[in-house]
Design a binder for this molecule. Sequence first.
Ligand code: 6PG
Length: 462
Amino acid sequence: ETANLGLYGLGTMGSALALNILDNGFALSVSNRSEDVTRDFVTEAGDLAEKLTAYDTIEEMLKGMASPRAVIVMVPAAVIDSVIEAMTPHLDKGDTVIDAGNTDYTETIRRTKEMEERGLNFIGMGVSGGEDGARNGPSIMVGGTPEAWEGMRGVIEAIAADFEGSPCAAHLGPDGAGHFVKTVHNGIEYADMELIAELYGLMRYGNGMAPAEIGEKFTAWNEGRLASFLVEITGKILGYEWDGKPAVDRILDSAGQKGTGRWTVIEAVKLGSHASAIEAAVGGRVLSALKDERQTGAEVLGRQRDAVDLDYGIYERAFLAARIIAYAQGFDILAAASEENDWDLGHARIAEIWRAGCIIRSALLDDISEAFRGDLPHGRLLFAPSFTDTLHEGTAAMRTLVCAATGAGHPVPAFSAALSWYDGFRQARGTADLIQAQRDFFGRHGFVDLDGNEGQHGPWWG
Ligand code: 6PG
């Protein structure tokens, strides 16, 4: 049987997604850069191979597929252009190419335009959930024309995660909208991971707890309001031993990053949005990667990491508030991008499709989608009435945590940044009056006075 649905790129995510598609009863053509991988995939597909047609090259695959074709491409961001180039001579008007990788959304906007000029449809599709999500139901964020979406909707909704009967997939806007939302999803993922790592650091090196003991705390938290995939896996990871040692103790403390966290920060800054917890998380990874320098630093600057005496209630409340703040910052970026690009991103819907399948799925997202369905002052999650008490209580705990941590020499960049951001939003009158005065003093930049008069100058100009 010849499918009009194809998938190119059978790496970890691509092959998992392909099995998911087959599992849902769709016929599928596949190919990969290396034929061996394609052959191994056919073997792996086992019984599911009945509706599978494998090809050695992408050209052969496109020639073998019926029109109109829709091809999901799951390759590293660096090679997507060359794959598209190889594909286009064999595509016909009305065919659709779907980029399912983590792609910079500005590239998706460019590619959509180029493809549309050739009469081809292009979809930028963010897929979250790692290998397990791709195989059993990821969260899917789609950008493209309504027509392109309608053409793919059946497949996408079928393979997506299910949250209480509703698919965790949505058409969020044109061209780059899906990849943008996926990028911000990853930014929030970075912040959440950093907060968890900071909590781990405090418990481990401040409270002197063993990894397995800390793991038990995370596992317990996973039963309450902090329930989430990242908390769950942290509990599991910390429980692992490896050759007689805690597994984490055999891993170099230097974090990788493929770019999405950094892109989130770059886009936030460009949009005039301030995602301090996400920035802190990216910065934390950067610093972690400077392993040699940190070793030198411990000698030259002197190592300090003293005991702290914080209880789990503090950690728990502080984490919940910091997590709300990280999500709030992520949604602020989405709001700014939505306005800038005329996208009309639906925040409640985005929160909903993040409730299952993706890496940041958490109990909190249910409350967040509820909050966005209600009336939010300035559209900001930070001001959601349903979070006021939690934030009040949680930021008090954050204060205790940040004081204790910084006093004892433990870096807590994400907690500190989140707390300062929160405090910044509580100052009806801040300190930028002085900044405006300085700008005027050295550059005659002018300022707005308290009566709203623009272009005013201070007495320093006579
Ligand atoms: C997901 C993940 C996934 C991946 C990223 C982030 O949503 O399934 O975010 O896309 O883990 O590549 O990876 P880095 O940590 O390497 O930037």
